[in-house]
Design a protein around this ligand. Sequence first.
Ligand code: BES
Ligand code: ZN
Length: 624
Amino acid sequence: MNKYFPAAMAVLSIFASCKNEPAKQDTATGTQDTVMVKDLHTQSNADSVLMKHLDLDIAVNFDARQISGKAVWDIDNKQMVSTLRLDTYDLTIDSVTADGKKVQHTLGAFVDHLGNALSIPVEAGTKQVAIYYHTGKNARALQWLDPQQTAGKKHPFLYTQSESIYARSWIPCADGPGIRYTYTARVTVPKGLLALMSAENPQQVNDSGIYHFNMDIPVPAYLMALAVGDIAFKPIDERTGVYAETNMIDKARYEFEDVGRMVQTAEKLYGPYRWGRYDALVLPPGFPIGGMENPKLTFCTPTIIAGDRSLMNLVAHELAHNWSGNLVTNATWNDFWLNEGFTVYFERRLTEAMTDKSYADMLWELGYQDLEKAMDELGKDSKDTHLKLDLTGRDPDDGLTDIAYEKGALFLKLIENNVGRERIDAFLKKYFDEHAFKTITTEQFLTYLNDNLIKGDSALAKKLDINAWVYGPGIPANAPHADRARFSKVDEVRQAFLDGKPAKELQTTNWSTYEWLHFLRKMPKTLDATKMKELDAAFHFTTSGNSEIADQWYVMSVTADYKAAYPAMDQFLSRVGRRKFLEPLYTEMMKTGKQDMARSIYEKYRMNYHPLAQESIDEIVAKK
Ligand code: BES
Ligand code: ZN
């Protein structure tokens, strides 16, 4: 049935043969030749029961803000256990059958972050369990939008965000990155709306409101996704296309023009794209993150639609995940850098291949600035600045920092600088190939790196100083730096402005988004409202249609109390739900004595934000 990889194998016997045993080991148990990696963020026992296939039959009810239906799991009770345990979070379980016969299930006590384990009695030969259920009000994966929260304003919209451990809030499942299964689904939605999943997708609305999906490549639960709304489709080439709210589709199609070529370019770098179609769905502005690499269908924020294709590196990032993450998956959330660090590296290589080196170098440099900021926030000695994390007893979201992204990517860049492009590319291509549809721990990766690239070259090993990167804090001393040529020019222009040259006379022709970002980011904190006004008159930042530039500008406006930007900022905060933009803005208001402003704006717009964004902003505005 599952031609790629038997699901729970990933958890059970990740493997063996560690010749060059790395200095420190995982939280692992096991015998000499089998290392069992425990994923502490699932309560399921998918290491004993193979979860082969999921067949979902669900209905989406916008009035009740509820998904209800049944999840039918094909299982192989290979260890002949008497109980199947699955993850749930705020789900109501209406009834359960095993091979068609009703059985008595139990829901365990609520465990922080993890939810309630669902226990289902099974027999050695049980082949199928069916769970009838509905979602609750606190389903963390779901964002229900009223019509006025969409771009089109006429129809409601629903989307899911399952990573890291939120799939369990809309599907009873074994919710760990190491547990893969194929799925089919039948989804009933209000007539006139289109439903899409991380699967083969329809391209237009049908009359029945019933949509069928098939995902024949096994995926972990965090890659389960659903979106429902007034959505239209436009092709890019034979295998790529873009979906968006109907009234946004033309803008989206324009922005995504290069995505067909992007997939081809990615394949040239690191081997075939193995997921069939590659489409992207542009969501309403409340989407809490930039993008999500749902297989076959990347989800992304509309804030990347700048009108000039300048923010497409986000799509490069989500596309790259189809190798790093979706194909080769972090075994547990402690190994998150293997998903994100590799993806940022791949993203920048892809961006470079699509543009040029000087352009990608700007992204490296901005990434370095982000990394320094993350180090400041976390504290240079914090264990959360190690690549290998320890998220025991915590929400995996705690690991969602620029450490995984930027320190992870920088580590690969360091390897590249030491061995050359040819060797690292051959290595990565082989790595993706040999681990396709499998999971990997940090320790296994290090072993693989030793065996396939370092190969006993002790001088190289010394230069890389792997332990400092993976198991040590801060930014190691051997961290590489990108070429700063384009940014040095920006630095000169900024300095000239600070030295009194009028903004209107500054040489900024042909600047990209990134030059502007660097120009603004490195302005002194003490820049006053008069200078802000001068910049605004020359460059119209307050009304910028580029979300990255606008966000940076609004943060600076708060610092300088440049009031002319406030109405536009208020607008921005009413519309945009992307945490990366919201958090710095609310934080800056709180830090600069504008608590009342922060709270009153937040009160107005809280309902427009995703539950996860609400959680983080609640915390920010609660601070004294
Ligand atoms: N997979 C992540 C998003 C994610 C990670 C969601 C962990 C929940 C938990 C996605 O690929 C991502 O990294 N998005 C970034 C894009 C950016 C790095 C280009 C984002 O949303 O900002
Ligand atoms: Zn990512």
